[in-house]
Design a binder for this molecule. Structure first.
Ligand code: SRM
Ligand code: SF4
Length: 560
């Protein structure tokens, strides 16, 4: 039997439900549970401030409800005018600045009910959107974060935009609800790709350009690996399907999975390919149990070969054999990089993607000042960082001065592990968080740095990922060291992913507190310092030294 939410979608009249009525209700700061689920398709969630949840309950008050809003920003690229508009929205309506997400877009937290419509309307006025930023549809299409390094990067970014637009839901509900668009009266509405019940679950697409796997392409439902010829031409894309991170503690029927590479398509075949992978998932995905509804489970249930055969039969052509590729690393490269056409790009690290003004740094004021003088654009990365892009050489010095004056040049001073750390939002806004993540990272890092320093490893780049629960929003199963929340102050410690995003880590200690975590890591750092081979990464070392068992190799048949 289809899950309750399938019925809610079916009866929602293409994502309208009772959202308008719920928003107009002055008695509560919330909307109904079913409407909240529909609201996700419009790019927003109802949350409550968990820091004060118990206190409000004691005072017999309803929870401190507020909405999170997420923009859809394919490839994470925006103009300076858009930056200023997003910054103004943060000032006018949100409670905690701007938050860069692990899918290279912005979130705003703490928006009260009456401000939700003006917020979404302001995002639209800035020539962006929130439709399909969340929900059972194709989400923000992510793309290599530095898309102007060569012309092939520009083309790959253009494909990210085309995919995003092509796969956008077609319902007029978004315009009706948020932009005062005319109501459809008597006209037949259709969702040609999604149909009235949309997808069984969320769907994510990402484009990577080797040798940089900065988007974690194997964590995507549909990962596309750009194949660039020696002359810089974009030949097409290797296709990887079935990646996903989410799992539930204690439920082995849920698991993180890396995508399988199943072939190669030409650029002109890309839209049909994406649309058809989605259509097969739409028809074959589990609509009874949402926990098992992602594409990764559909593929494992039917078998990769059967899925591929169905895909090719519907496409009417066979995928070509996958082309050779090689990734060097994931994560971002900080500092200035020269792109093509004499333009420069400066990548800055933003801890956990949170942009605020405080004593240590003034990100909001600094970026506001920058947006007023910068002639290029701004890009967000899947590692929660930002790039000041398309700068002419003559403007670099002024930007360097501004960045230093606002304390935004932290990356220069950061230890290697800090440079490679990501944490999901978790408390106080995330309703699913079991432990702290974003707020714990700044407390944990100095302790890890002290250990690494003691063992002479302060310059060793190690991928550190923290998530407040096993849903995996920081892609923790791809961390060389990962902490996954179990309960307040307690985490599962997972170890041993590689530095290229091609191997999942393994559970090493279950449900441990900080003292136990640091003790275990101290011992492993000591061994790493003494026994590591030249250039060897921590995750690889743990396998070679048999601290961890050899994992199932992911299906990367061609990369050496
Ligand atoms: Fe996520 C749910 C935040 C990237 C897997 N994620 C949530 C919610 C909306 C909680 C909820 O459902 O009530 C979190 C809101 C927290 C808050 O207060 O803002 C949340 N996810 C985030 C962000 C903001 C984390 C961050 O620190 O940046 C990321 C927003 C990305 C975006 O712009 O679209 C974010 N989430 C991810 C990723 C990483 C990625 O996509 O590259 C994953 C793992 C990849 C994947 O999808 O498998 C991820 N989020 C989940 C899941 C588990 C899905 C599953 O298949 O089991 C959930 C829970 C769910 O969907 O039921 C979830
Ligand atoms: Fe919330 Fe869990 Fe995602 Fe962290 S990993 S943002 S705690 S759902």
């Amino acid at each position: 039997m289809p899950s309750h939410f399938e019925t809610v979608k079916q009866e929602s009249r293409f994502l309208r439900g009772g959202i308008a009525e719920g928003l107009a209700d002055p008695v509560t700061g919330a909307i109904s549970e079913d409407d909240n689920k529909l609201l996700k398709f419009h790019g927003s969630y109802l949350q409550d401030d968990r820091d004060i949840r118990d206190e409000r309950r004691r005072q017999k008050l309803e929870p401190a409800y507020a909405f999170m809003v997420r923009a859809r920003l394919p490839g994470g690229v925006m103009t300076t005018a858009q930056w200023l508009a997003f910054d103004k929205i943060a000032g006018d309506y949100a409670s905690s600045g701007l938050r860069i997400t692990t899918r290279q877009t912005f979130q705003w937290h703490g928006i009260i009910k009456r401000d939700l419509k003006p917020t979404i309307a302001a995002i639209d006025a800035a020539m962006a959107s929130t439709i399909a930023a969340c929900g059972d549809v194709n989400r923000n299409v992510v793309c290599n974060a530095n898309p102007v390094e060569s012309q092939a990067h520009e083309h790959a970014y253009a494909w990210a935009v085309r995919l995003s637009e092509h796969l956008e839901p077609k319902t007029r509900a978004y315009h009706e609800l948020w932009l005062d668009g005319e109501k459809l009266v008597g006209e037949e509405e259709v969702e040609p790709l999604y149909g009235p019940t949309y997808l069984p679950r969320k769907f994510k697409i990402g484009l990577a350009i080797p040798p940089l796997n900065d988007i974690d392409v194997f964590a995507q439902d549909l990962g596309l690996i750009a194949i660039v010829e020696e002359d810089g031409r974009l030949a097409g894309f290797n296709v990887a399907i079935g990646g996903g991170m989410g799992a539930s503690h204690g439920d082995p029927s849920t698991y993180p999975r890396l995508a399988d590479v199943i072939g190669f398509v030409l650029p002109e075949q890309l839209l049909a390919l994406a649309e058809t992978v989605i259509a097969v998932q739409r028809d074959w995905g589990d609509r009874e149990e949402r926990k098992h509804a992602r594409l990764k489970y559909t593929i494992d249930r039917h078998g990769l070969a059967a899925f591929k055969a169905e895909l090719e039969q519907r496409l009417g052509f066979a995928l070509q054999a996958e082309r050779a590729f090689r990734f060097d690393h994931n994560g971002d490269r900080y500092g200035w990089i020269e792109g093509h056409a004499g333009r420069w790009h400066l990548t800055l690290q933003v801890e956990s993607g949170r942009l605020l003004d405080n004593e240590a740094h003034t990100w909001l004021s600094g970026m506001r000042e920058l947006a007023a003088i910068h002639k290029g654009d701004i890009r967000l990365t899947c590692n929660q960082n930002l790039i000041i892009a398309n700068v002419v050489a003559a403007d670099r010095a002024a930007i360097d001065e501004l960045v230093a004056r606002h304390g935004m040049d932290g990356y220069r001073k950061h230890s290697a592990i800090r440079q490679h750390a990501i944490a999901c939002v978790a408390l106080p806004t995330c309703g699913l968080a079991m432990a702290e993540s974003e707020r714990y990272l700044p407390l944990l890092l100095p302790k890890l740095e002290a250990l690494l320093d003691r063992h002479g490893l302060i310059d060793a780049p190690i991928l550190l990922r923290l998530s407040g629960c096993p849903n995996g929003c920081s892609r923790p199963y791809l961390g060389e060291i990962a902490l996954i929340g179990r309960a307040p102050g307690r985490y599962d410690l997972r170890l041993g992913a590689d530095f290229r995003g091609q191997r999942l880590n393994q559970l090493y200690r279950e449900n441990v507190d900080e003292a136990a975590l640091l003790d275990v890591l101290d011992q492993l750092f000591a061994r790493f310092a003494g026994e590591r081979a030249a250039g060897e990464h921590f995750g690889d070392f743990l396998l070679r030294a048999a601290v961890l068992s050899q994992p199932r190799l992911i299906p990367l048949k061609v990369s050496a």
